[in-house]
Design a protein around this ligand. Sequence first.
Ligand code: F6P
Length: 363
Amino acid sequence: MKKRKKVAILTGGGDCPGINAVIRAVVKKLINEQNAEVIGFKDGYHGLVHNRHRKLNYSDVSGILTLGGTILGTSKIANPYRYAVKNGKKLEFKDMSKTVIKNCKDLKLDCLVCIGGDGSLGNANRLFEDGIPVVGVPKTIDNDIRGTELTFGFDSAVTIATSAVDCLHTTAESHHRIMILEVMGHHAGWIALHSGIAGGGDIILVPEIPYDINEIARVVKARNKKGKRFSIIVVSEGAKPKGGDVVIKRMVQASADSVRLGGIGFVLGKQIEEVTGLDTRTVVLGHLQRGGSPTAFDRVFATGLGAKAGDMIENHRFGYMVGLKKGAFVEVALKNVAKGSRTIPANDPLLKVAKAVGTSFGV
Ligand code: F6P
């Protein structure tokens, strides 16, 4: 008798709305169309290292479409090639890839589906090069993964950030204040750019365009003169001044990318008050952007990505990730994805759009 196809799913890196929608689509498609057996590794690569997994039957993924987070758990630290272990108070790093490969072989996996950001997909690519049949699905609110024009979770994060800008507008106007909203995005300014445009922000600051504090001061003062006695600034956590550096919130030593950004909003607020004398307040939106139910768009998109991943498993397109190009699902080699993150290019049409409606980028 022919062996039943066996597929494992793992979710790695920071969570975001829509992961469960992808898991659901992959599992349902594999069961419906390929009579496959599906399991899920728990807590990202931790589960793969320690062989901790659970069955994913049809009933396990029923009713999770609208659920935020990931039913499998995730980790931003676990990396099979640089696995952090505590030796007393000291942190040591071990290469656990041989254990991971053995676990996959012992389980007789026909494919490992990795739903992750650039770090997790980079590890997926290394596992593929080491002989594991892997299919990737890009995931992050930051929208910064190479090889795809969009990641699921981004629309949900932008929707949350936009509603925060909307709320800040009324209080900014009432108190004649400058309100700063700091959003996530890592070293890419996509969330700030989209939510800034959607919320009608007066100034949008992104990592890709280092700002000049004097220009920001000029813009808010000019608005005041015109009778607009408030300003809304949307700043990306990775934004920095010209010739300056990012603001670091914390270092997570166990993580391959140990820097956690955050705090630029407060630095900026203080500088603006000093230079302009205008009352300024800062709100850091933080992990709210990663929480809650996915938007309708993300549910549809995530379902499409999951279904396409199912096709790729059937067609043995291992070493590839599902991507979106000009509105169509495409297959992108994981080795190209692992080359770094996708930031806003200088010729991005949205930069022009924002400028056309008078938005400043602080330069
Ligand atoms: O990559 C997703 C993200 O939310 C980034 O926007 C942010 O810089 C980072 O993760 C925050 O990491 P943590 O969840 O470890 O605080």
